[in-house]
Design a protein around this ligand. Structure first.
Ligand SMILES: NC(=O)c1ccc[n+]([C@@H]2O[C@H](COP(=O)([O-])OP(=O)(O)OC[C@H]3O[C@@H](n4cnc5c(N)ncnc54)[C@H](OP(=O)(O)O)[C@@H]3O)[C@@H](O)[C@H]2O)c1
Length: 266
């Protein structure tokens, strides 16, 4: 009807109350998106949603919990314009010193939740021929350094294949690979990042601005920051033998590489 406003697009963001997820929420709220923020700390989630002052729904859910994940899947099936699979965390210890339950929780959040929420959201987007998904991987997903990096390698590989399937239908799937980004992530994982030089860090709002730009351009891979692009290129250029030696501590820069790998420190 003449003069009727177009409905506002809806975005669901996991890990949407802190760090990179909160930066997605700020950017998308400013663009007029209706937001559904998923996070596991109810109070933090509600306080952040209120601070946005936008039309924001909150879903308190631990994505490693089956019943909670089912609730979020249902929310995705109800129809979204953008899904941001972003929740994630690291362990302070290597996998042999971490309980199997804690490792399984990580793979449920980084792998199973990303897979199931994508399967829940993507068919309706393909049917409509619009919308898309941003999955948060990591520059570390290009290096074999920890269970964390292994789970992020899965996110990168899976997202690129989802990109190929969705693209002919006008649906954009992008994997965002952050390098060092200033958030609560490293403190939560008990990591000391003091040896990482200041110039290697990006702030979350700058990272997300670049990610959304790449998503709109229909890129499969978004690697914001020149330093992250160089590090990622090295993963393709250097022989695997050398990469493994650097990670094991036998090469220059090995301390920074280990610092960047949750659960990969010694
Ligand atoms: N920061 C970096 O340098 C960096 C680099 C590469 C990739 N990444 C990736 O970027 C993503 C966002 O991380 P960030 O840096 O923004 O970290 P962050 O500040 O710690 O935020 C992560 C958010 O995800 C939530 N979350 C964690 N586990 C969850 C679960 N089981 N269920 C629901 N929510 C959960 C956290 O909730 P709690 O506060 O309750 O834990 C937190 O709100 C992650 O996937 C991370 O692996 C970060």
């Amino acid at each position: 009807m003449h003069g009727e406003r177009a409905p506002r697009p809806t975005a669901l963001i996991t890990g949407g109350a802190a760090g990179i997820g909160a930066a997605f929420a700020r950017a998308l709220a400013a663009e007029g998106y209706r937001l559904i923020l998923v996070d596991r700390d109810r109070e933090g989630l509600q306080a952040f949603a209120a601070s946005l002052g936008a039309d924001t729904e909150t879903v308190t859910a631990d994505l490693a919990d089956e019943a909670d994940l089912i609730r979020v899947e249902e929310r995705c099936r109800a129809g979204l314009d953008l899904l941001v699979n972003n929740a994630g965390f690291g362990h302070p210890t290597e996998f042999l010193e971490t309980s199997a339950a804690a490792e399984i929780a990580m793979s449920r959040v980084h792998v199973e939740a990303v897979l199931r929420l994508t399967i829940a959201a993507l068919p309706a987007m393909i049917e409509r021929g619009s919308g898309g998904i941003v999955n948060t991987g990591s520059v570390l997903g290009f290096f074999p350094s920890s269970t964390y990096s292994a789970s992020k390698a899965w996110v990168i590989n899976f997202s690129q294949s989802a990109h190929t399937k969705a693209k002919p239908h006008g649906v954009r799937v992008t994997v965002l690979c952050p390098g060092f980004t200033r958030t609560e992530f490293h403190d939560s994982a008990g990591m000391n990042m003091s040896m990482v030089p200041a110039f290697l860090w990006l702030d979350a709002d700058t990272l997300v601005k670049a990610a959304l730009r790449d998503w709109r351009k229909g890129k499969a891979l978004s690697i914001p920051g020149w330093h992250s692009k160089v590090i990622t290129a090295l993963s393709r250029l250097l022989p695997m033998r050398l990469i493994l030696r650097i990670h094991a501590g036998g090469g220059k820069g090995s301390r920074a590489v280990r610092a960047a790998a949750p659960g990969g420190q010694r």
